[in-house]
Design a protein around this ligand. Sequence first.
Ligand SMILES: [Zn+2]
Length: 99
Amino acid sequence: MGAHEETFTYETKSRSEIVERFKDDCPDPAGCANAEGYCGCACQFGGRISRFLSETFDSEDAAAEAILDRHSKWDGSAIAAYFDDGDREGVVVGGWVAE
Ligand SMILES: [Zn+2]
């Protein structure tokens, strides 16, 4: 059984918007075909953000990379913020899911 990366980027700093959008992006596990949870999709996060990375990264890619470096499948999802030279800022949420 492998692992597959699932991350979502939200260009906002609004905590309530992030929470809402992540919930929407995580499918309902009840609707997922594989009852054992090796479905390879974001339903495994259950719509919850479990871990916060305290640094702010200098790009969306760097934030995603840091999450994937520090995350193992079956962990709850992690969130990391980025601020890209004054141009773009937001967060990446996700991690590895089992497939
Ligand atoms: Zn699923």
